[in-house]
Design a protein around this ligand. Structure first.
Ligand code: MN
Length: 231
Protein backbone atom coordinates (compact mmCIF):
# COMPACT_ATOMS: atom_id res chain seq x y z
CA UNK A 1 0.00 0.00 0.00
CA UNK A 2 1.49 3.31 -1.10
CA UNK A 3 1.83 6.22 1.23
CA UNK A 4 -0.19 9.00 -0.39
CA UNK A 5 -0.58 12.31 1.43
CA UNK A 6 -4.21 12.58 0.32
CA UNK A 7 -6.65 9.85 -0.69
CA UNK A 8 -5.63 8.59 -4.12
CA UNK A 9 -8.21 9.37 -6.81
CA UNK A 10 -10.25 6.48 -8.19
CA UNK A 11 -9.27 5.04 -11.58
CA UNK A 12 -11.79 6.31 -14.17
CA UNK A 13 -13.38 3.43 -16.06
CA UNK A 14 -15.95 2.49 -18.66
CA UNK A 15 -18.53 -0.30 -18.50
CA UNK A 16 -18.00 -3.36 -20.68
CA UNK A 17 -21.00 -4.89 -22.45
CA UNK A 18 -22.03 -8.22 -21.00
CA UNK A 19 -19.53 -8.11 -18.16
CA UNK A 20 -19.17 -6.84 -14.63
CA UNK A 21 -15.52 -6.05 -15.31
CA UNK A 22 -14.70 -2.50 -16.39
CA UNK A 23 -12.19 -0.92 -18.76
CA UNK A 24 -9.77 1.39 -16.87
CA UNK A 25 -9.11 4.72 -18.59
CA UNK A 26 -5.56 6.03 -18.75
CA UNK A 27 -5.75 8.96 -21.18
CA UNK A 28 -8.27 10.39 -23.65
CA UNK A 29 -7.08 11.50 -27.09
CA UNK A 30 -9.45 13.13 -29.57
CA UNK A 31 -8.99 13.58 -33.31
CA UNK A 32 -10.03 16.91 -34.79
CA UNK A 33 -11.89 17.12 -38.12
CA UNK A 34 -11.67 13.49 -39.26
CA UNK A 35 -14.72 13.54 -41.54
CA UNK A 36 -14.62 15.79 -44.61
CA UNK A 37 -18.23 16.88 -44.09
CA UNK A 38 -17.48 18.16 -40.57
CA UNK A 39 -14.19 19.79 -41.65
CA UNK A 40 -16.18 21.70 -44.27
CA UNK A 41 -18.88 22.82 -41.82
CA UNK A 42 -16.14 24.12 -39.48
CA UNK A 43 -14.67 26.17 -42.33
CA UNK A 44 -11.61 23.99 -42.94
CA UNK A 45 -10.13 22.41 -46.02
CA UNK A 46 -11.06 18.73 -45.90
CA UNK A 47 -8.02 17.70 -47.89
CA UNK A 48 -5.94 15.03 -46.26
CA UNK A 49 -3.77 17.07 -43.94
CA UNK A 50 -2.17 15.07 -41.13
CA UNK A 51 -4.60 14.46 -38.27
CA UNK A 52 -4.34 16.66 -35.19
CA UNK A 53 -5.12 15.76 -31.62
CA UNK A 54 -6.31 17.27 -28.39
CA UNK A 55 -6.90 15.59 -25.05
CA UNK A 56 -9.46 15.41 -22.29
CA UNK A 57 -8.82 14.38 -18.68
CA UNK A 58 -9.46 10.68 -18.04
CA UNK A 59 -12.16 11.56 -15.52
CA UNK A 60 -14.05 13.56 -18.15
CA UNK A 61 -15.27 10.12 -19.27
CA UNK A 62 -18.72 9.45 -17.80
CA UNK A 63 -21.43 6.94 -18.71
CA UNK A 64 -23.44 7.98 -21.78
CA UNK A 65 -26.64 7.20 -19.94
CA UNK A 66 -28.98 8.80 -17.42
CA UNK A 67 -28.22 12.52 -17.07
CA UNK A 68 -25.09 14.34 -18.20
CA UNK A 69 -24.75 17.81 -16.67
CA UNK A 70 -24.92 20.97 -18.79
CA UNK A 71 -21.53 22.60 -18.14
CA UNK A 72 -20.88 26.04 -16.70
CA UNK A 73 -19.45 28.97 -18.68
CA UNK A 74 -21.07 28.27 -22.02
CA UNK A 75 -24.23 29.11 -23.91
CA UNK A 76 -23.34 26.95 -26.92
CA UNK A 77 -22.76 23.33 -25.89
CA UNK A 78 -22.33 21.18 -29.02
CA UNK A 79 -22.71 17.45 -29.54
CA UNK A 80 -20.14 15.50 -31.57
CA UNK A 81 -20.93 11.78 -31.84
CA UNK A 82 -17.80 9.69 -32.28
CA UNK A 83 -16.56 6.12 -32.51
CA UNK A 84 -14.46 5.51 -29.39
CA UNK A 85 -11.43 3.24 -29.73
CA UNK A 86 -10.17 1.55 -26.55
CA UNK A 87 -6.58 0.35 -26.54
CA UNK A 88 -5.64 -2.82 -24.69
CA UNK A 89 -2.02 -2.82 -25.82
CA UNK A 90 0.42 0.08 -26.01
CA UNK A 91 3.18 1.01 -28.39
CA UNK A 92 5.26 3.76 -29.99
CA UNK A 93 5.92 4.32 -33.70
CA UNK A 94 3.44 1.64 -34.64
CA UNK A 95 2.80 1.04 -38.34
CA UNK A 96 -0.77 1.23 -39.65
CA UNK A 97 -0.55 -2.50 -40.40
CA UNK A 98 0.18 -3.28 -36.74
CA UNK A 99 -2.06 -0.65 -35.17
CA UNK A 100 -5.36 -2.51 -34.98
CA UNK A 101 -3.73 -5.27 -32.92
CA UNK A 102 -3.62 -2.72 -30.10
CA UNK A 103 -7.40 -2.25 -30.03
CA UNK A 104 -9.27 -3.91 -27.18
CA UNK A 105 -12.72 -2.76 -28.21
CA UNK A 106 -14.99 0.00 -29.40
CA UNK A 107 -17.73 2.20 -28.03
CA UNK A 108 -19.72 5.26 -29.00
CA UNK A 109 -19.14 8.57 -27.29
CA UNK A 110 -19.80 12.27 -27.30
CA UNK A 111 -17.04 14.84 -27.62
CA UNK A 112 -19.02 17.57 -25.86
CA UNK A 113 -17.72 21.00 -26.81
CA UNK A 114 -18.20 24.52 -25.48
CA UNK A 115 -18.30 25.84 -29.06
CA UNK A 116 -18.37 29.48 -27.97
CA UNK A 117 -15.15 29.04 -25.97
CA UNK A 118 -13.56 27.03 -28.78
CA UNK A 119 -14.33 29.79 -31.30
CA UNK A 120 -12.84 32.40 -28.98
CA UNK A 121 -9.75 30.22 -28.45
CA UNK A 122 -9.30 29.84 -32.20
CA UNK A 123 -9.62 33.61 -32.71
CA UNK A 124 -7.01 34.37 -30.07
CA UNK A 125 -4.67 31.43 -30.67
CA UNK A 126 -5.29 30.15 -27.16
CA UNK A 127 -5.57 26.50 -26.11
CA UNK A 128 -8.81 24.54 -26.45
CA UNK A 129 -8.64 22.86 -23.06
CA UNK A 130 -11.55 24.65 -21.40
CA UNK A 131 -13.62 24.27 -24.59
CA UNK A 132 -13.05 20.53 -24.80
CA UNK A 133 -11.73 19.10 -21.54
CA UNK A 134 -14.30 20.11 -18.95
CA UNK A 135 -15.96 17.81 -16.40
CA UNK A 136 -18.18 15.12 -17.96
CA UNK A 137 -17.18 16.26 -21.47
CA UNK A 138 -16.61 12.72 -22.76
CA UNK A 139 -19.71 10.56 -22.21
CA UNK A 140 -19.04 7.02 -23.45
CA UNK A 141 -21.27 4.01 -24.04
CA UNK A 142 -20.43 0.54 -22.86
CA UNK A 143 -17.39 -0.85 -24.66
CA UNK A 144 -17.69 -3.88 -26.92
CA UNK A 145 -14.63 -6.11 -27.28
CA UNK A 146 -13.25 -6.79 -30.76
CA UNK A 147 -14.17 -10.44 -30.25
CA UNK A 148 -17.80 -9.31 -30.54
CA UNK A 149 -17.75 -6.39 -32.97
CA UNK A 150 -14.55 -6.96 -34.95
CA UNK A 151 -12.72 -3.92 -36.37
CA UNK A 152 -15.50 -1.78 -37.86
CA UNK A 153 -14.34 0.14 -40.92
CA UNK A 154 -17.82 0.92 -42.21
CA UNK A 155 -21.14 1.51 -40.52
CA UNK A 156 -23.60 4.34 -40.00
CA UNK A 157 -22.71 6.79 -37.23
CA UNK A 158 -25.65 8.88 -36.13
CA UNK A 159 -27.08 11.13 -33.45
CA UNK A 160 -30.65 12.18 -32.67
CA UNK A 161 -31.83 14.95 -30.37
CA UNK A 162 -35.41 14.66 -29.13
CA UNK A 163 -36.10 12.15 -31.90
CA UNK A 164 -34.77 14.38 -34.69
CA UNK A 165 -31.76 13.19 -36.69
CA UNK A 166 -28.93 15.71 -36.29
CA UNK A 167 -25.76 13.88 -37.34
CA UNK A 168 -25.30 11.05 -39.79
CA UNK A 169 -22.28 9.68 -41.57
CA UNK A 170 -20.39 6.47 -42.10
CA UNK A 171 -17.16 5.25 -40.53
CA UNK A 172 -15.95 4.67 -44.10
CA UNK A 173 -15.89 8.47 -44.57
CA UNK A 174 -13.10 9.01 -42.04
CA UNK A 175 -10.27 11.00 -43.60
CA UNK A 176 -7.87 9.02 -41.39
CA UNK A 177 -9.11 5.50 -40.61
CA UNK A 178 -8.59 4.17 -37.09
CA UNK A 179 -5.38 2.28 -37.96
CA UNK A 180 -3.85 5.45 -39.41
CA UNK A 181 -4.98 7.52 -36.41
CA UNK A 182 -3.34 5.10 -33.96
CA UNK A 183 -0.16 4.91 -36.03
CA UNK A 184 0.16 8.68 -36.37
CA UNK A 185 -0.64 9.37 -32.70
CA UNK A 186 1.95 6.76 -31.63
CA UNK A 187 4.67 8.91 -33.21
CA UNK A 188 3.95 11.67 -30.70
CA UNK A 189 3.20 9.70 -27.53
CA UNK A 190 3.89 6.16 -26.43
CA UNK A 191 0.38 4.75 -26.35
CA UNK A 192 -0.59 2.58 -23.42
CA UNK A 193 -3.28 0.13 -22.37
CA UNK A 194 -6.28 2.10 -21.14
CA UNK A 195 -5.93 4.92 -23.66
CA UNK A 196 -9.15 5.95 -25.41
CA UNK A 197 -9.28 7.64 -28.80
CA UNK A 198 -12.35 9.66 -29.82
CA UNK A 199 -12.00 9.35 -33.57
CA UNK A 200 -13.82 12.41 -34.89
CA UNK A 201 -17.37 13.37 -35.83
CA UNK A 202 -19.39 13.64 -39.04
CA UNK A 203 -21.26 16.82 -39.98
CA UNK A 204 -24.35 18.13 -38.23
CA UNK A 205 -22.86 19.31 -34.95
CA UNK A 206 -25.24 21.68 -33.18
CA UNK A 207 -26.26 23.03 -29.81
CA UNK A 208 -27.79 21.09 -26.93
CA UNK A 209 -29.99 22.62 -24.26
CA UNK A 210 -30.97 21.36 -20.82
CA UNK A 211 -33.65 18.68 -21.02
CA UNK A 212 -32.59 17.42 -24.47
CA UNK A 213 -32.78 13.66 -24.97
CA UNK A 214 -29.77 12.52 -26.97
CA UNK A 215 -29.45 9.16 -28.70
CA UNK A 216 -26.40 8.16 -30.68
CA UNK A 217 -24.81 5.11 -32.12
CA UNK A 218 -22.65 3.34 -34.62
CA UNK A 219 -24.46 0.53 -36.43
CA UNK A 220 -22.70 -2.75 -35.70
CA UNK A 221 -20.99 -1.33 -32.60
CA UNK A 222 -23.45 0.08 -30.09
CA UNK A 223 -25.58 2.99 -29.04
CA UNK A 224 -26.41 5.23 -26.10
CA UNK A 225 -29.22 7.40 -24.77
CA UNK A 226 -28.90 10.21 -22.25
CA UNK A 227 -30.47 13.45 -21.10
CA UNK A 228 -28.78 16.82 -20.74
CA UNK A 229 -29.19 18.07 -17.20
CA UNK A 230 -30.13 21.49 -15.92
CA UNK A 231 -27.63 24.31 -16.13
MN1 MN B 1 -14.66 15.79 -31.88
Amino acid sequence: MSDFVITAPAVPSVAVAGSNARFPVRRVFCVGRNYASHAREMGSDPNREPPFFFTKPADAVVPASATVPYPTETTDLHHEVELVVALGVGGANVSPDEALKMVWGYGVGLDLTRRDLQSAAKDTGRPWDMAKGFDASAPCSELHPVGQVGYPAKGRIWLEVNGELRQQGDLGEMIWPVADVISYLSRFVKLAPGDLIYSGTPSGVAALVPGDRVRGGVDGVGSFELEIGEQ
